[in-house]
Design a protein around this ligand. Structure first.
Ligand code: TNX
Length: 510
């Protein structure tokens, strides 16, 4: 009898502990593992509750932004949340409002989470989207979809260190569908990245419709590495991607790589070759063998048409002309070609970006050099007045293997385990190149070995959040030992979002 009573008490006690643990909402905002790490977080020790009766109130003009938040919340919790336009601050719910914060950084934001009212404010819609991402990360991961959603109360003030924080997707070596690219855009948005550079052409494929040169996609888009059927985006589909990205504060930068890396164009139009003979389509992975014929006028007509058509459907300020590894183009011809390509980009109102080799040409005002391997080129670019995008192959390439056991990816630039990808600083990477020369960071994902979104995810996660933090958070506020603990808590989020990530042994996953 006695033992029965005792075990009943024990069982009840265990149930009570389990039950109360489950119900206990998180209340310490400073313990929330936000990536990238914000500038300042203070906690007020309570919890804000989101339920079906929560309303998102928005200032007029922010309806789309409010809808984005409602959609994201419904994805993590099955909640059905209304968005309503208001003229005055509400007393409860979530409130999105444009407000000047006396910062000259147009991506800064403030998050003010009370027990009844959570306010996200910024001087721009893009800044509010940044605040939304932090707010979403601050919602406690849930054991089940039926549980309520809680956010610890407190205040966050935040702004990015660098204006350019991006990733590149090579859709040329292997083609990725519009839906796959949208997923990639969602992943960038989760970590407040604001640039998607699309590598739209290479030896193996031409991936964007050019109405005045239709064979580029008919022929040049018809295959990919390994001999698959390839594919391309119509201009309408490209615009759809531009809009989808724009709704998430992400600017798309189109790249047409030239004068090398052009076999797909050379296979589509015989006249782009010096010998007037069309090349065969290429499905291997060598580089450096192809070149446009730099002294034929028709080549510059081709450039003009391509740059004009793409610029017309690209609202962002940049056009990327590639310019890397043109090993089959004599240097003098290369310089002439890059100079003329820059002129055409300027004529259509865009600013030029090129891989670091373009520094060998006479750079136009506003040109940006993308550092990937050659320090000398990059320094030369800076001497010529260019800004730099930092994309070191040995630190920031998403297609480089994590370690010798990684099945996907390449290892020509070594290995990039998660700590190696995170533990460096842009300002001290290249002697003589400091913060004022640097636009920001970009992590390129080349796709010689990567064929579908699952494989994209495996190479991208968990490294991408680290690149986002390098671009957002000041160097003195970052260190690997603290970062890895925050990253460890994002494993559950990756799982909830269905992301196929690499469970690095260096991260104490929870
Ligand atoms: C170098 S990075 C390239 C690409 C390859 C990549 C593979 C750069 C400007 N050129 O053509 O895909 O390495 O990691």
């Amino acid at each position: 009898m006695k033992t029965h009573k005792l075990s009943a008490i024990v069982v009840l006690g265990v149930l009570f502990v389990l039950f109360s643990c489950k119900q206990e909402p998180p209340t310490d905002l400073t313990q929330t593992p936000i990536i990238p790490k914000p500038i300042a977080v203070t906690a007020t020790g309570k919890a804000f509750n989101i339920s079906n009766s929560t309303v998102i109130s928005v200032q007029g003009g922010l309806e789309e932004t409010g809808k984005y938040l409602a959609d994201e919340l419904s994805q993590i919790s099955n909640l059905n949340i209304d968005v309503t336009t208001v003229e005055q601050a509400p007393t409860k719910g979530i409130y999105l409002v444009l407000a000047s914060d006396n910062s000259d950084n147009n991506e800064s934001y403030t998050l003010d989470i009370g027990k009844k009212l959570a306010t996200i404010s910024s001087s721009t819609p893009g800044g509010i989207l940044n605040g939304i991402q932090t707010f979403l990360q601050a919602t406690a991961p849930k054991a089940s979809t039926s549980q309520p959603l809680f956010v610890p109360t407190g205040k966050i003030t935040d702004a990015p260190e660098y204006a350019y924080r991006g990733a590149m997707l090579d859709v040329a070596r292997h083609f990725f569908s519009v839906e796959e690219v949208k997923k990639f855009i969602d992943y960038l948005a989760m970590y407040k990245m604001n640039i998607l550079h699309l590598h739209l052409s290479d030896d193996q494929g031409w991936r964007i419709e050019i109405k005045s040169w239709p064979k580029l996609t008919e022929i040049g888009g018809s295959t990919e590495v390994g001999g698959g059927t390839g594919g391309f985006y119509t201009q309408e589909q490209y615009k759809e991607l531009v809009d989808y990205a724009g709704q998430r504060n992400i600017t798309i930068i189109p790249e047409i790589d030239m004068p090398g890396h052009t076999n797909s164009a050379l296979a589509s139009y015989a006249e782009l070759n010096c010998d007037g003979k069309a090349r065969k389509l290429y499905t291997g992975t060598e580089v450096g063998f192809s070149t446009l014929c730099t002294d034929k006028e028709v080549v510059y007509q081709f450039l003009d048409d391509v740059i004009r058509e793409i610029s017309a459907i690209t609202p962002g300020p940049y056009f990327h002309i590639g310019g890397d590894e043109s090993h089959s183009t004599p240097i003098e011809d290369y310089i002439t070609f890059i100079n003329r390509a820059q002129e055409i980009v300027g004529k259509y109102g865009k600013k030029v970006i090129g891989w670091d080799e373009i520094a060998n040409a006479a750079l136009t005002k506003n040109a940006t050099v993308q550092y990937w391997s050659n320090v000398k080129n990059t320094s030369l670019g800076v001497e010529k007045g260019a800004k730099v995008i930092i994309s070191p192959a040995a630190r920031a390439y998403l297609d480089i293997k994590y370690d010798s056991t990684t099945t996907l990816g390449l290892n020509w630039a070594g290995y990039i385990e998660v700590d190696h990808g995170y533990d460096w600083h842009m300002e001290t990477l290249i002697p003589g190149i400091s913060k004022e020369n640097i636009l920001g960071i970009e992590a390129p994902l080349w796709s010689e070995t990567v064929t579908n979104i699952d494989e994209v995810e495996q190479m991208t996660f968990p490294r991408l959040p680290g690149y986002a933090e390098i671009g957002w958070t000041a160097s003195e506020n970052r260190n690997w030992d603290e970062y890895k603990l925050r990253l460890a808590k994002h494993g559950k989020r990756f799982e909830a979002a269905g992301i196929n990530y690499y469970p690095s042994p260096l991260v104490p996953w929870e």
